[in-house]
Design a protein around this ligand. Structure first.
Ligand code: AMP
Length: 209
């Protein structure tokens, strides 16, 4: 069973994906994380993608599809995947049809202002990639690695503004594109409350492929 998480940056897709993984064994795949790993490893694909990421723009389709399909080919995706951050446009959704059958799409809804506030408060561990938030009173070191937390390069006001505009223009049309298999969930509540309707929904779908 493959599912897509839609929702603007900061709406909590990564947190939701971890919970779905724990209960349903689906593998979260975040194209943003794949690009960041590629950059950290100094790979040419990542370095090319970084030019777009730093400006908050979408990375071109050929690079994005390449990094995604290479990840899906790895042996751990047999039970299904949770796509976080892909597709982000109708063009990508059309391309995805040739790669994976998508069973359902969960859309997290949050206002632009709250997304902005959450992204500005986001801190990450440069070593393990764990995410923290000053809004939740998190400290400034990673509780697992003990290293100082940093801001993502693209969590700055200019890039955030562009990313939210790109989401509105390019990604929100996917809500109609997937209207036959969509669950909309308000993200303006605690992670537990976000997860509850999602868990009920996925439990009803069971182990469908
Ligand atoms: P994210 O971690 O999902 O916020 O993604 C960070 C950045 O990676 C985005 O602002 C884009 O520059 C790039 N990116 C991630 N996923 C995609 C995608 N599906 N298509 C194009 N660019 C992407």
């Amino acid at each position: 069973m493959n599912i897509i998480l839609l929702g603007a940056q900061g709406s909590g897709k990564g947190t939701l994906a971890k919970r779905i993984k724990a209960d349903f064994g689906l593998v979260p795949i975040s194209t943003g994380d794949l690009f960041r790993q590629s950059i950290a490893n100094g790979q040419p694909l990542g370095l090319e993608a970084k030019k777009y990421m730093d400006r908050g723009e979408l990375v071109p389709l050929d690079l994005t599809l390449k990094i995604l399909t290479e990840r899906i080919k790895l042996g751990d995706c047999a039970k299904g995947v949770i796509l976080d951050g892909f597709p982000r446009s109708i063009e990508q959704a059309e391309a995805l049809k040739k790669v994976l059958k998508i069973y359902s799409v969960i859309c997290l809804e949050l206002s632009k202002e709250q997304c902005m506030e959450r992204m500005l408060a986001r801190r990450i561990c440069p070593k393990c990639g764990a995410t923290y938030s000053t809004l939740l009173g998190d400290g400034d070191t990673c509780t697992k690695c003990g290293v100082s937390l940093v801001r993502r390069d693209d969590d700055n006001p200019d890039a955030i503004k562009t990313r939210l505009e790109v989401y509105e223009k390019m990604t929100t049309p996917l809500i109609n594109f997937y209207s036959d298999r969509l669950l909309k969930v308000s993200a303006d509540v605690s992670p537990e409350e976000v997860y509850k309707p999602v868990k009920d929904f996925l439990s009803k779908l069971g182990g469908k492929k």
